[in-house]
Design a protein around this ligand. Structure first.
Ligand SMILES: Nc1ncnc2c1ncn2[C@@H]1O[C@H](COP(=O)(O)OP(=O)(O)OP(=O)(O)O)[C@@H](O)[C@H]1O
Ligand SMILES: [Mg+2]
Length: 321
C-alpha cells in the first residue's frame, strides 16, 4: 500500500550573523546551514493499518507526513502509494489520500463549512450519492451536520478539526494522514476523534498514519508504532513487541507486614519505603510467581501487584530521556 524508500529531507536555512555588518554580509553572500530533518527512512505500511508515527519535537514527523502526502518534495528517496510515486504522479495519487494537520486548517475561513464541502465536491468531482453517504457517516461519528451552516471563522478548535476531518474524507481516500489531530482538544472531542479513526478504519478500511504526543491516542488506536528521533528510525513494530524488546522487565510491588524486606538474587530492589518494596526482574530470568514464592519463604507477604513497562516507559527510553 505505502512504500517509503530511503526518504530524506534537508532544509536550507539562511544563517544570520548579528549586527548591521552581518546583515549586509548575508545580503551579499548568504551563508546556509543544512538541517537534516529526515534521514534515510524506509518502511512499508499495509492497507487497513493504523500506524502511530511518533517521536519528540523536531524529530521530523511533520516533514515526513508532508513528503508522504505530496506537499513537500523529498531531497532523496521516494514514497509509493499503491505502487505510484507521489512526486511523479502527484495529481492521481492525491485522490487516494487525505491529510489533516491539527495545527493548521485546510478549510476556507471565508466560507460556511457546507460551502467548503460543496467546493471540494466539485474539485474532486465526487459522485453526489457518495458525497451524501460520506456526510451521513461523518454525521453519525462527529455530528457534523449541525455545524454545516456555521462560518468556519466562527468555529471553535474542536468544531474546526471535525470540519477538517470530514473535508478530508469527502473524496473517500484510501489513506489518511493525521498530524497531531487531537492537539488542544477537550476530552470529549478527543474521544470523538478516536472513534472517528477507529470507525473509518473499520467501515471503510482506511489506512491511517497518525502523529501524536498523546499517549492515550497511541494506546487506544495504534497496534503498530514507528518511532523516529533526529530524523532517524528508532523503532518499527508492534507496540507490545517494542515494549518486550526495549523494556523486557516487570516490577513486582510487595507489601510486607513490617519494614524488613528480603533481597532476591535474580532481581534488583529498585525501591524500599516503609513496608513496601519494589523488585525489578527480567522476564527471561524469573517469573512473577516464582519470585513471590521465593520471597514469601523468607518473609510473610501481605499484598502484591505487578507493574509492566508501558508505552510511557517505551517513549522515555526511545526518546533517550
Ligand atoms: N520549513 C522549514 N525550514 C527549515 N527547517 C525546518 C522547516 N520545517 C521544519 N524544519 C526543521 O526540521 C526538523 C524537523 O521538523 P518537523 O516539523 O518535521 O518535526 P516534528 O517531528 O513534526 O516536530 P513536532 O513534534 O514539534 O511537530 C526540525 O529541526 C525543524 O526545525
Ligand atoms: Mg510536527
Amino acid at each position: 500500500m505505502i512504500d517509503v524508500n530511503h526518504l530524506s529531507k534537508d532544509y536550507l536555512l539562511k544563517k544570520k550573523e548579528p549586527g548591521l555588518k552581518g546583515a549586509l554580509k548575508g545580503l551579499i553572500r548568504p551563508q546556509y546551514e543544512v538541517i537534516h530533518a529526515v534521514r534515510d527512512l524506509s518502511f512499508h505500511i499495509d492497507e487497513g493499518e493504523i500506524v502511530g508515527f511518533i517521536g519528540p519535537n523536531g524529530a521530523g514527523k511533520s516533514t515526513t507526513i508532508k513528503m508522504m502526502s505530496g506537499i513537500l518534495t523529498p531531497t532523496e528517496g521516494s514514497v509509493l502509494i499503491n505502487g505510484e510515486n507521489i512526486t511523479e504522479h502527484r495529481k492521481t495519487v492525491v485522490r487516494n489520500i487525505g491529510v489533516v494537520f491539527g495545527q493548521r486548517s485546510q478549510l476556507n475561513w471565508d466560507l460556511r463549512l457546507g460551502e467548503t464541502f460543496e467546493l471540494l465536491k466539485h474539485i474532486y468531482e465526487i459522485d453526489p450519492v457518495d458525497y451524501e453517504n460520506t456526510l451521513e457517516v461523518m454525521d453519525g461519528i462527529l455530528g457534523i451536520k449541525e455545524l454545516i451552516d456555521k462560518p468556519v471563522r466562527q468555529m471553535s478548535l474542536g468544531q474546526r478539526v471535525k470540519g477538517d476531518l470530514t473535508a478530508s474524507m469527502l473524496h473517500s481516500p484510501r489513506v489518511l494522514f493525521l498530524d497531531e489531530p487531537t492537539i488542544g482538544l477537550d476530552v470529549s472531542s478527543k474521544f470523538a476523534l478516536r472513534r472517528f479513526i477507529r470507525e473509518i478504519n473499520e467501515i471503510r478500511k482506511t489506512t491511517v498514519i497518525l502523529t501524536t504526543h498523546d499517549l492515550g491516542d497511541i494506546k487506544e488506536l495504534c497496534e503498530r508504532l514507528i518511532i523516529i528521533n533526529h530524523g532517524v528510525m528508532m523503532e518499527d513494530g508492534k507496540l507490545n513487541q517494542i515494549v518486550d524488546r526495549i523494556a523486557p522487565y516487570k516490577t513486582l510491588v510487595v507489601e510486607y507486614y513490617d519494614e524488613q524486606a528480603p533481597e532476591h538474587e535474580k532481581c534488583e530492589m529498585t525501591s524500599h519505603e516503609g513496608n513496601i518494596a519494589k523488585y525489578r526482574f527480567m522476564k527471561k530470568d524469573i517469573t512473577a510467581a516464582e519470585l513471590i514464592a521465593d520471597l514469601s519463604k523468607q518473609k510473610e507477604i501481605k499484598d502484591v501487584s505487578i507493574e509492566e513497562a508501558g508505552i510511557d516507559d517505551i517513549i522515555k527510553i526511545a526518546y533517550g530521556s
